[in-house]
Design a protein around this ligand. Sequence first.
Ligand code: BMP
Length: 215
Amino acid sequence: KTGIILALDVTDEASALEITSEVSGLIDAVKIGYPLVLGTGLQIASKLSKYAPVIADFKVADIPNTDRLICEHVFKAGCAAIIVQGFTGPDSLTECVKTADEFGGKVFVVSEMSHPGGDHFFTDDVSKEIAALAKKSDAFGIVAPATRPERVKELRAVIGGDLKIISPGVGAQGGSAADTIKAGADWVIVGRSIYNAENPRDEAMKVKVEIEKLI
Ligand code: BMP
């Protein structure tokens, strides 16, 4: 199954709920992060989960104990998944996966970032090592850059077919949904080009049609 994850980086509750309700049915999940959660509070998660499963993009990157405390809050608030960093190492990652499992939640690990500077420290070898660690730690999936589909392809080769790939960078950052899915991503993550559009539903529909043409 392939599809769209809405990156909901608006900062107020009314817009968050309005946009998500408009595109519900066209998206498979909604990703929330610091902009929205710091603007409205973590309770926004349970409100949004009425429309779609919620992924908490907190890019968690701490010692195992602190990671556990963060993950517990996120899953108790009704999130279905959390995004964590992998560079903190195997013990931190394992603790996140263990905590998520206790709540029936999922963990996605950032393997390489999509912005122009995103491959400065996440070099080819580092990204692949993080992806391999994500697999070894039984994470549900990795985050890989839609702005570099060739990297998505290489990372897919590292993780094989068991893990999912979610890819940000489509639209506002210049990535193409079709190219990203063709390279091996399961879901594209799309933010500004949908939530800033005059008609978010039309925009989401365009991306969905682009993806469905591939099937
Ligand atoms: P947009 O489509 O507006 O560029 O949003 C992309 C979303 O994905 C943002 O929430 C951003 O924080 C996130 N993201 C990203 O763009 N690149 C990454 O490598 C990792 C991310 O989480």
